[in-house]
Design a protein around this ligand. Structure first.
Ligand code: ATP
Length: 504
């Protein structure tokens, strides 16, 4: 006999699973449709064409879940480190990848003309060599005993997009990726030992533009006492004890140096040499192409110990002195230009990096506002001059003497050196004092680099001819109809006038 309860019990229908599925639909929209499609396919009651259509439909329905599942698995079982293209780590990874030939593994690459790093012959086959780096895609490579995934993408940075790469490893700990990145860094530093990396600003970011051989100090011509005292000063600044001294007294650990003098006298060359001597990188920015915000950002992005080189600082009108009572510090020329206060904030602001050496160069020290070069901002001024006898001798010897690392102790070499020394004295006697820059003398001498006596024979004629040309250029009218010499006297007049006004 059947019990009432058994009478009222539900027959085994499909209602229960359907209820479950519609519940499932709340959390996973489309799940019931996907399920019934699977059931029909499995039942095999469809034609082959309909099969295919169903399969595609099914994939379409499942794709959001596949992406979610992938993101879930990546988030739960892998670790990723992102590297922005504006950071030096990016160069480190790319060099590692390309040195292993892994860039060939990427199916999508970007090509660029290779930057010279001083290791290749810039002519011959290496001329305009192309470099390929992975782009817009990913590939897997092996590092030690792990598999890593390399991926590039474009990331939003403010209003623009920047290239970004990411390295992913299996596991919840990023240690494998960190070990890999540290290896990239060590290899990069090893390859670039005795080299100076030069960064230039691209808007508010630093971009690596060149890796050059460190320039020996002996190749920069400057009075010996000036050179030695500068090197001692910079050496003391970067000494650990000095750093400690500054930090224990809460004095901002920064230093500023001004190189001033006529064009072509070695200001940039000495900056590079100082960087090479202390194994520092150079960050150079053109102040006339940035505004206050960009300059601020650039200074905050500097590494702890480096040289910041601001060449031809007087090119930005904000740096000019404007006489007593002017509101120079607060009046911007326009929104896109840097102001004096913007410059001073970047130099002294709290965000400015500790341990940086700022080198400013100018051809016109008298144009500069006193606030810019006051002690505390500029601790040392180095004057570069046109050649006198001593400097002319040094330029000649730089061209004709064998460099120290090539000189052998053989008798003939010693004789050659003695001869070059004697010729250098004769050469210097034929160059009028304070008329030519070392760059001018060098450009005369370099074509004679294999013939020191020929240079000596022709120097007088060259000096007379070049001097004549200079004089006529100085006397010639410029765009405003005023000769350079007239302008110089007018400027001197202006200086005198403001001086007199100042003293009432
Ligand atoms: N004192 C110097 N010692 C060695 N080389 C020099 C010297 N002065 C100039 N030169 C050579 O002349 C060229 C220009 O020099 P550099 O750019 O250093 O001069 P600068 O004073 O910075 O010029 P500017 O004021 O125009 O920027 C370089 O190739 C450099 O090698």
């Amino acid at each position: 006999m059947m019990t009432p309860s058994s009478n009222t019990s539900h027959p085994p229908t499909q209602e229960a699973p359907l209820q479950q599925l519609s519940l499932l639909d709340i959390f996973f929209p489309g799940a019931s449709l996907a399920s019934s499609t699977i059931q029909q396919i499995l039942a095999g009651d469809l034609g082959s064409y309909a099969h295919l259509m169903y399969l595609f439909g099914l994939l379409g329905l499942l794709s959001p879940y596949i992406y979610k599942l992938k993101a879930f698995l990546e988030g739960s079982f892998t670790s990723t480190v992102y590297v922005q293209s504006t950071d030096e780590t990016y160069n480190m990874v790319l060099e590692w990848i390309s040195s292993r030939g892994l860039d060939g593994a990427a199916r999508s690459s970007i090509v660029r003309v290779k930057k010279q790093n001083g290791r290749e012959d810039p002519i011959g086959k290496a001329k305009k060599a192309l470099s390929f780096s992975p782009w817009h895609g990913s590939f897997i490579f092996r590092h030690r005993n792990s598999f890593l995934s390399y991926r590039t993408s474009l990331a939003d940075v403010g209003f623009r997009k920047e290239e970004e790469l990411s390295i992913t490893c299996l596991g919840r700990s990023p240690k494998t990726v960190k070990d890999f990145l540290n290896e990239c860094k060590d290899e990069y530093l090893r390859l670039n030992r005795n080299k100076t990396t030069v960064f230039r600003n691209r808007r508010d970011c630093w971009e690596r533009v060149a890796v050059v051989e460190a320039r020996p100090l002996s190749t920069v011509i400057l009075a010996d006492t000036q050179k030695q005292s500068l090197i001692k000063d910079v050496g003391e600044f970067f000494d650990k004890r000095t750093r400690r001294w500054y930090s224990t007294r809460s004095v901002p650990y920064r230093k500023g140096i001004l190189f001033y003098g006529p064009p072509g006298t070695g200001k940039t060359s000495l900056s590079l040499s100082v960087a090479g001597r202390f194994g520092l990188d150079i960050y150079t920015a053109s102040v006339s192409t940035v505004n206050d915000q960009m300059l601020h950002d650039l200074f905050t992005k500097l590494p702890p110990q480096c040289i910041v080189l601001l060449e031809d600082i007087d090119a930005a009108t904000a740096t000019h002195c404007r006489g007593a009572g002017s509101a120079n510090a607060s009046k911007p020329a326009d929104k896109e230009s840097v102001t004096l206060s913007g410059l001073l904030n970047a130099f002294d602001g709290v965000a400015s990096q500790e341990g940086r050496l700022l080198i400013m160069t100018t051809n016109h020290i008298r144009k500069l506002d006193d606030a810019l070069i006051r002690p505390g901002r500029i601790d040392r001024k180095v004057e570069f001059q046109l050649v006198d006898r001593d400097l002319a001798t040094q330029v000649y010897r730089l061209v004709f003497e064998e460099p120290a690392d090539v000189v052998s102790t053989g008798k003939s070499q010693a004789k050659d050196q003695l001869r070059v020394e004697q010729l250098s004295i004769e050469f210097a006697a034929k160059i009028p004092d304070h008329e030519f820059s070392p760059a001018e003398v060098l450009s005369f001498l370099i074509p004679y680099r294999d013939s020191p006596s020929c240079a000596l024979e022709n120097v007088e004629e060259w000096a007379a001819h070049t001097l004549k040309e200079k004089r006529s250029k100085e006397a010639g009218p410029c765009e405003d109809g005023m000769s350079n010499r007239d302008r110089t006297s007018a400027n001197h007049g202006k200086y005198l006038l403001s001086f007199l006004k100042f003293w009432g």
